[in-house]
Write a protein that binds this ligand. Structure first.
Ligand code: SAH
Length: 200
């Protein structure tokens, strides 16, 4: 089977954007830690002068990510939080450069523990609020599992209606793939308007 090099997986496409955006020393959030691959990826990008907050509701996620964080010597600047991303504002009291979401379920883990429309949207709203000017949210979305399409539509309905004076929203998808290909959304906050309390 032929294999693409650049446009193979939506998470790899995401990294092409992310690597242009995140800088050494940035504060960033992994909203869906899972096995921690993205947490480690982000930690490498921001380095020890930066900070990574990572969230998951599964104890197993914390356990396996803790191992990776210790292995790589990142414990001083990576915080692993056993709580839903919809509560991120309870743990983060500073502006962030990037919040990454990888929705759906964790492959090879408990498939019934999936992200849900209501809490996902609550987390996205809080993430928008926490973003620094020109900060970015990335959201990888999967529609093949039960509830996935509903979650995707719910997220899109909200983001498609964000005021373009305040945010730019980019939606990328594999238009020629069969079987529910994953999709990626990026949102950039265009300036410093938190004082207006205008984030949606
Ligand atoms: N980025 C991960 C994959 C994430 S899969 C990796 O690189 O391995 C989605 C994850 O979201 C699952 O681990 C699931 O437990 C978690 N999750 C589900 N609901 C959540 C919530 N409300 N807050 C935070 N994480 C949640």
């Amino acid at each position: 089977m032929l294999r693409a090099k650049y446009l193979n997986k939506i998470t790899e496409v995401n990294k092409m954007f992310i690597e242009k955006i995140i800088e050494n020393g940035d504060v960033v959030v992994d909203a869906t830690m899972g096995n921690g691959y993205d947490t480690i990826y982000l930690a490498n990008l921001v380095g020890e002068t930066g900070k990574v907050y990572a969230f998951d509701v599964q104890e197993e996620a914390i356990k396996s990510t803790t191992k990776k964080v210790q292995r790589d010597g990142f414990t001083d600047f990576v915080s692993l939080i056993l709580d839903g991303h919809q509560n991120m504002d309870k743990y983060i009291n500073e502006e962030v450069a990037c919040v990454m979401f990888n929705l759906g379920y964790l492959p090879r883990a408990k498939h019934h523990i999936i992200t849900k429309p209501d809490t996902t949207l609550e987390a996205i709203e809080k993430a928008l609020k926490l973003l620094k000017p020109n900060g970015v949210i990335s959201i990888a979305m999967y529609t093949g599992h039960e509830g996935g399409m509903e979650e995707r539509n719910y997220v899109c309905d909200f983001l498609n209606n964000l005021d373009q004076n305040y945010y730019n929203v980019l939606h990328t998808n594999f238009t020629n793939q069969v079987n529910n290909p994953p999709e990626l959304i990026l949102v950039e906050k265009k300036g410093d308007f938190n004082s207006l309390d205008k984030y949606i």
